[in-house]
Design a protein around this ligand. Structure first.
Ligand SMILES: Cc1cc2nc3c(=O)[nH]c(=O)nc-3n(C[C@H](O)[C@H](O)[C@H](O)COP(=O)(O)OP(=O)(O)OC[C@H]3O[C@@H](n4cnc5c(N)ncnc54)[C@H](O)[C@@H]3O)c2cc1C
Length: 473
């Protein structure tokens, strides 16, 4: 059996482990911390990411610890509404709520329980990777145990660096981060305020002097994020900032300063060692996509790596990891920067411009798709994305939608019917669709899927294991 070492038991590393195990690869997850990180970080996930979690077998459990997010409300500095972008929670093109709010430690707990309970996956805490070597036969990692004792060597066929922003794996493979913008210092506070009467969405205060984001999070929590001025002492400023929102008396679970960066790694692959998650990219907080980018990385990487390790493809398939994921990550980082600038940039003139721009926001390219419809950009053309022909240009590179489909008198989510491999969907007529997947041919019925194919001027699409359309005719 082929084996992979995943460095880092954060959400990206644990999801990678589950996806690889599902594809017949043995996984050792190593984390230098003795216990999972207990404090909140990510608070938002979108429906595209839920399909990754579905493939990893944990989407229902994650939905149970999340709450649907109503949308985005923009406020002026006196907290008066400027604009509101709501998502209809009943419209689920991916088979899951369009957006949810969650408490990251809950997500991490679900992932960890699933990984620990999966045959072929072992999770070792207090195990820090301090060195790494490669030869023709695989990868050797030197692991130092926090409990003491001699370093030990772990030998695997490949390794994933899911070890976060300060990635040791990135450093050991000679990589570094490239800046895409200037860093931004923010104060982040999580309050226990179950009685706070807040609209169940994200609030963005569009005040260039003090941009603030806040939202209610499961567990009776409220997350606040304030941008700090240069040299400002965040901890000293916190009480007055909370008082402004009438929550000065609420117990504070944690308050910390974070420097948010916009960065991508220059080198995502070195032989059989690959980077994913925060080790490969960092994004500013607007649009809440840091974790989402990492989950998409490993969804695409897991099947490619499994194919290479099981001898179904050559190592050059791994070159498509950075080629596909970096432009997508850069595009979302750009959207986050643009949205941040739009909501918080520029003095009195900025406020006037903002009011004008908000009126046309739903039509701005790049932002409209993402902020209003929740769609991330399609992958660029490449060896695994054939954006050719009328249908190919419309559909290739994007996720196939996931409606409930009718099969054998039962309603099922499309991805569950497609399994873990490649699939071909062909329109037969009316709402009937032939599906070739896992060496079998079945017929199902779905008005949504048939409508999507017809709108894309396609009669047939080839769908990759990560549910991205490779080609359409
Ligand atoms: C305040 C805040 C708010 C955020 N909000 C959002 C949001 O709303 N939506 C969103 O999508 N994202 C958000 N993010 C980003 C999100 O939290 C991260 O993108 C996500 O946690 C990254 O996951 P990861 O698994 O790549 O890395 P991490 O979660 O950082 O995990 C890396 C793991 O690697 C381990 N490790 C490091 N070095 C080694 C080594 N040498 N050997 C062994 N183990 C090692 C670490 O101990 C750690 O457990 C937010 C981040 C912050 C800080």
């Amino acid at each position: 059996m082929s084996s992979v070492a995943v460095v880092g038991a954060g959400p990206v590393g644990l999801t990678a482990a589950l996806l690889l195990a599902r594809r017949g690869v043995a996984v050792t997850v190593l984390d230098r911390q003795r216990a999972p990180y207990p404090l909140p970080r990510a608070v938002h996930l979108d429906a595209e990411c839920f399909r990754v979690l579905q493939d990893a077998g944990v989407a229902d459990a994650v939905r149970d610890v999340s709450r649907p997010m109503a949308g985005l409300r923009l406020l002026d500095r006196r907290l008066r509404p400027l604009a509101e972008f709501t998502r209809d929670p009943t419209v689920e093109p991916h088979g899951w709520p369009p957006d949810v709010l969650l408490h990251q430690p809950d997500l991490d707990r679900v992932l960890r329980a699933a990984a620990v309970g999966t045959p072929g996956v072992s999770v070792e805490d207090g195990a820090e990777v301090v060195d790494l070597r490669q030869d023709g036969g695989g990868v050797s990692l030197t692991v130092r145990h926090r409990a003491g004792g001699a370093d030990r060597s772990v030998r695997t066929d490949a390794a994933l660096g899911c070890d976060g922003a300060g990635s040791t794996v990135r450093r050991l493979t000679g990589g570094s981060m490239r800046d895409l913008g200037r860093p931004d210092r923010w104060l982040v506070a999580d309050l226990l305020a179950p009685d706070a009467d807040l609209w169940p969405g994200t609030h963005q205060v569009c005040d260039p002097r003090r941009p603030v984001t806040f939202m209610p999070v499961p567990g009776g929590r409220v997350r606040f994020e304030w941008r700090l001025a240069p040299g400002e002492d965040g901890a000293a400023a916190a009480p007055a900032l909370l008082e402004r929102h009438g929550l000065g008396a609420a117990p504070v679970e944690r308050v910390a300063e974070y420097t948010f960066r916009a960065q991508v790694a220059d080198r995502w692959r070195c032989g059989r060692v690959l980077l994913a998650g925060d080790a490969a990219h960092l994004t500013p907080p607007f649009v809440g996509q840091g974790l989402g980018l990492g989950l998409r990385d490993v969804h695409q990487l897991a099947w490619k790596l499994a194919d290479v390790l099981c001898g179904r493809a050559g190592d050059t398939l791994l070159d498509t990891h950075q080629a596909e994921r970096e432009p997508h990550a850069r595009a979302l980082i750009r959207v986050a920067q643009l949205v941040g600038e739009l909501m918080t940039g520029g003095g009195a003139a900025g406020a006037a411009v903002r009011r004008a721009v908000l009126a046309v926001l739903p039509r701005l390219p790049g932002i409209a798709d993402f902020a209003v419809a929740g769609r991330t950009p399609p992958l660029r053309r490449g060896p695994l994305v054939e954006r050719r022909g009328r249908a190919g240009r419309r559909l290739a590179g994007a996720l196939v939608p996931q409606p409930m489909v009718r099969l054998d008198d039962a309603d099922r989510r499309l991805d569950d019917v497609l399994g873990t491999g490649w699939a071909v969907l062909s329109l037969l007529g009316d709402d009937r669709i032939a599906v070739r997947a896992d060496g079998r041919c079945t017929e199902l019925s779905s008005p949504e899927l048939a409508g999507w194919l017809r709108t894309g001027r396609a009669t047939s699409v080839v769908v990759r294991p990560d549910r991205i359309v490779r080609s359409a005719r």
